[in-house]
Design a protein. Structure first.
Lengths: 317, 333
């Protein structure tokens, strides 16, 4: 048990270090601006008043460690600062974009696990036959396609040519759930890559598990096939998949940015892209800390889950 | 056996074809693009432009011919740059006997691995507005952690072999042991990984360009074309569909080819190896020792088991694994 505990402690420590690294990295942004950040941010027509205001907002007159300390202290109190362009608090930006993004990601995750599990088991049961070959080929092909290319083509076919679905979510604002038709394409695009990778993992794990001695033994005992598949073989196959699910979160964050831009959904991704184009550093920093922190926490969670399912993976961690 | 090999060959040809079309267009397109014609109205079809015009009235086909090169070259450069940094890092991490050095080299990468790569690219881009070269550098930077871990894991396997110990005892130089033996024996794995990495980098480069990073807003670039011509999709779908299909073919072809090439390897058991957790096979024992409802596990008797699997017989290569080899295999997909 000591091995498990020391692994846990080390994994949690790594999580803490990762969070600190995200915060430092994000803070380094303003430092990375060439010259004086205020002058760089003021744009092509530097207006002395604006530069002074920027300097005031960014507290550039104080040394960097002090600013880092203040910013980090603000983070602990959930105070993310104020926007450079509008003067609104960053937290209000986050609150505004949170709803649509949550709807998108939650829907995707809810559909992802059963879809990938079902396809993976289906392919593994028919290993080498048509269903398996079809699923393997399609998942492999779609796996690498960028979301924007897939999304644009799906929109061209299903929204423009066939007219079945709305091409964008313009005008629906926060009431996305009231317009499920507008959600079909975004969720489909978000699902594409994660489903492919998870399906392949589940399939490989299932094939391994179904060929293992313990499944053979279970068959000899006369345990029904469905119970062997779902109660004994599938948990084995889900171990590596849980790990992959953490990676999926990385993709989902990327995917959300692209999908929101593509289908004009006013979520966190849109807020992020607006901040990037307007070089609104405080908003950018706040979003980056939230996104990065989420990724770190979810990675940690997935590692813990994997550890629970497949205890041996942690042996050497 | 025969249907399998013909199937594999067919897949290989299909992948090659799928990749060849966009790749040839990207590399040779600029040579036959010709001079820019006069600008026409935006988003029109016909009138000498068989694929229509784009959002500022340029010929779409000419833009398509020109637009593949930045995507492909940036991705290739980024992959090469990532390996240029990851190879020495991974080699040193795998071959050193000093634990602290290994920790110093590999731990910071673990920390970086948790941050979403596109987020880093966007953050840096917001501050520095990089060009195509900057984008390549940036994408290479975010690919280094993963690449270095793969290199380290692949080399560590070779580094634990008796041959390396023998070379060391003979007093061979570090360079010969590292590059001449360990690096060379890991070459297959690394080549496979480079293919996988390239598809990932292609994805990232194209997505970044779509979001407006590393390319001018009116650049001839397939990803930028998709973005900028979206507004006219109702009247002129070709300006969007053509580059989008080409990007799809490029990424799909690269991934399929990579997989087909992997499946051909003599030591690969299954073509989807690249997708699986790279852990060494151990004797398949009970995975969840706590599930009491499961069947009892008798001592492994190879005899009567249907389909005894030779690779599950006593795995000696497992026991000789490098002291830290298990760690990297924890989460590399």
């Amino acid at each position: 048990m000591t091995g498990l505990r020391s692994w846990l402690v080390r994994r949690l420590l790594l999580g803490v270090v990762q969070t600190v690294a995200v915060v430092l990295l994000v803070f380094a942004l303003t430092e990375a601006l060439p010259g004086d950040a205020a002058v760089a941010l003021a744009g092509d027509q530097p207006d002395p008043g604006r530069i002074a205001a920027l300097r005031e907002t960014l507290h550039l007159d104080r040394p960097a460690p002090v600013r880092l300390g203040e910013w980090a202290a603000g983070l602990l109190h959930a105070d993310l600062g104020t926007s450079l362009t509008s003067g609104r608090p960053v937290a209000s930006y986050l609150a505004a974009g949170f709803g649509p993004t949550l709807v998108l990601t939650a829907l995707t995750l809810v559909l992802l696990v059963p879809a990938a599990g079902g396809l993976g088991v289906l392919a593994a049961r028919h290993e080498g036959r048509l269903a398996d070959r079809l699923i393997s080929a399609v998942t492999l092909a779609v796996y690498a396609v960028p979301e924007f290319a897939l999304g644009v083509l799906l929109a061209a076919v299903f929204a423009l040519r066939l007219g079945w679905l709305p091409p964008t979510a313009v005008g629906y604002g926060d009431e996305l759930l009231a317009h499920p038709a507008a959600l079909v394409l975004p969720v489909l695009v978000l699902l594409a890559r994660p489903v492919c990778s998870l399906t392949r993992l589940v399939r490989a794990g299932m094939i391994d598990a179904l060929a293992s001695p313990y499944v053979a033994q279970a068959r000899r005992y006369g345990i029904p096939g469905a119970r062997i598949r779902y109660a004994h073989a599938l948990p084995h196959a889900l171990g590596p998949a849980a790990q992959q699910l953490a990676r999926t979160v990385d993709w989902l964050l990327c995917g959300v940015i692209v999908v929101e831009a593509l289908f004009v959904i006013p979520g966190l991704g849109t807020v992020l892209m607006n901040a990037v184009t307007e070089r609104d550093i405080p908003v950018l920093q706040g979003l980056a800390v939230v996104f990065g922190g989420t990724a770190v926490v979810l990675n940690l969670g997935a590692d813990l889950v994997t550890h629970r399912f497949v205890p041996r993976t942690g042996e050497a961690a | 056996m025969t249907p399998r090999t013909t199937g594999a060959r067919r897949r290989f040809t299909l992948a090659l074809l799928l990749l060849a079309v966009p790749l040839l267009l990207a590399l040779l397109g600029p040579l036959c693009a010709g001079e820019p014609g006069p600008r026409a109205a935006s988003f029109t079809t016909g009138g000498g432009h068989w694929a229509g015009t784009d959002f500022v009235g340029r010929d779409v086909w000419r833009q398509v011919l020109l637009g593949g090169r930045p995507v492909v070259l940036t991705a290739l450069a980024a992959t090469a740059l990532a390996y240029a940094a990851a190879l020495p890092l991974g080699l040193a991490g795998a071959l050193t006997h000093r634990r602290w050095l290994e920790e110093l080299l590999m731990r910071p990468l673990d920390v970086l691995l948790a941050v979403p790569s596109l987020l880093v690219v966007l953050l840096v881009a917001a501050v520095l507005t990089p060009g195509a070269g900057g984008l390549a550098l940036l994408v290479a930077l975010v690919s280094i952690p993963d690449a270095a871990r793969t290199v380290r894991a692949a080399v560590a396997e070779a580094a634990a072999s008796p041959a390396v110990e023998a070379l060391r005892m003979q007093g061979e130089t570090w360079w010969r042991v590292a590059v001449g033996y360990a690096g060379r024996s890991a070459l297959r794995t690394l080549a496979a990984d480079a293919g996988v990495r390239l598809t990932g980098v292609l994805y990232l480069v194209a997505t970044a360009a779509f979001l407006g990073v590393g390319a001018a807003p009116d650049a001839a670039d397939w990803a930028v074309m998709v973005d900028r011509n979206r507004t006219g999709m109702f009247v002129q779908p070709w300006a969007v569909a053509l580059p989008a299909v080409l990007i799809m073919a490029l990424t799909m072809g690269a991934n399929l080819l990579c997989d087909a090439a992997l499946g051909r390897g003599p030591r690969r058991r299954r073509p989807d190896r690249a997708d699986r957790t790279a852990r060494p096979d151990r004797p398949a024992g009970p995975l969840r020792p706590d599930h009491s409802s499961g069947p009892p596990h008798p001592a492994p008797r190879p005899g009567p088991l249907p389909g005894p699997r030779p690779d599950h017989l006593p795995a000696t290569d497992d026991a000789t694994a490098a002291p830290g080899a298990g760690r990297t295999e924890k989460s590399s997909p």
